[in-house]
Design a protein around this ligand. Structure first.
Ligand SMILES: [Zn+2]
Length: 133
């Protein structure tokens, strides 16, 4: 049982309707690697919700990764819901995921609609970058 065993009975923030410990928690605590880009996308959303900075940095491609997420994680963002619109594998090691993330800042509601690009290197899926609309 990993770090997230104590979250058994808590629904995963990514919207899978599974327990956190059986869903993104397995990836966040290092017990397993996300098997595809959608699973990585979900786990990164969950990491934002739980402010797991080390996981966010570890799953971000070095070519585009911010040196620090301190500023991002200090924002008073309340993440509400993740909707995966599309998961499009392009070849064995490249995929796109289109998603909408719903969040609030200071009581105001926002949607982030993004098409994100992912690459698999050394068996590990990584977030590269994305186009927000
Ligand atoms: Zn999840």
């Amino acid at each position: 049982m990993g770090l997230f065993g104590k979250f058994v009975g808590n629904q995963c923030p990514c919207g899978s309707k599974r327990d956190l410990a059986d869903c993104c928690g397995r990836y966040l605590d290092g017990g397993a690697s996300a098997p595809d880009a959608e699973a990585l996308m979900r786990s990164r959303y969950t990491a934002y919700v739980l402010k797991r900075k080390s996981y966010l940095l570890a799953t971000w491609h070095p070519s585009t990764c911010l040196a620090t997420l301190d500023h991002e994680l200090e924002q008073p963002v309340k993440w509400l819901e993740l909707t995966i619109k599309r998961h499009t594998p392009q070849d064995a090691d490249h995929a796109e995921v289109e998603f909408v993330a719903h969040f609030k800042v200071n009581g105001q509601s926002y949607n982030l609609h993004e098409i994100s690009r992912f690459v698999r290197e050394g068996g590990q899926w990584l977030y590269v970058d994305g186009d927000a609309s």
